[in-house]
Design a protein around this ligand. Structure first.
Ligand SMILES: [Zn+2]
Length: 155
């Protein structure tokens, strides 16, 4: 495994609509392993492939309840209920914002073994899925934020 460089705001790949992955093979699993290592090294809750320079419909999340890779994800249901949440992004260091997100979502995706799965999520996982799914559509949280703050505790 290898830690990958994170693309920062201003990088064109972050604004692209990413391409579906047509085959889940060893190279995809190796990419997932590298993204996992990179996410943990940077204390992230999630990381999307465009953030490491790959315009692919793939993201990884660990909300504290275990790691999962989401390949070709589609959010199929969103709760009507929404909530204001504090959010940041590894590609936009030093900035946090308040973003309105759906409280719960259902996501369909392919896992690292090529199986199509359905997951219902709420709480931090639902927030992370919405944030990372935005990345693969070229959308950054600062575009959705109601309020943005600079933080001093980032280096
Ligand atoms: Zn992000």
């Amino acid at each position: 495994m290898a830690k990958l460089n994170i693309e920062l705001i201003g990088s064109p790949v972050l604004k692209q609509v990413a391409t579906p992955i047509d085959k889940v093979d060893k190279s995809v699993r190796a990419l997932i392993d590298d993204m996992k290592e990179t996410m943990y090294a940077d204390n992230g809750v999630g990381l999307a492939a465009p953030q490491i320079g790959k315009s692919l419909r793939l993201f990884v999340i660990d909300d504290g309840n275990g790691f999962e890779a989401y390949i070709n994800p589609v959010i199929t249901e969103k709760s009507a209920e929404m909530t204001d949440l504090s959010e940041g992004c590894l590609s936009i260091p030093g900035v946090v914002g308040i973003v309105e997100r759906h409280c719960a979502v259902t996501v369909e995706y392919t896992n690292r073994w090529g199986k199509r799965k359905v997951k219902k999520a709420d709480g931090l996982l639902a927030q992370a899925i919405q944030h990372e799914n935005d990345h693969i559509d070229g959308i950054l949280f600062i575009e959705r934020a109601k309020t943005l703050y600079e933080t001093k505790d980032e280096d």
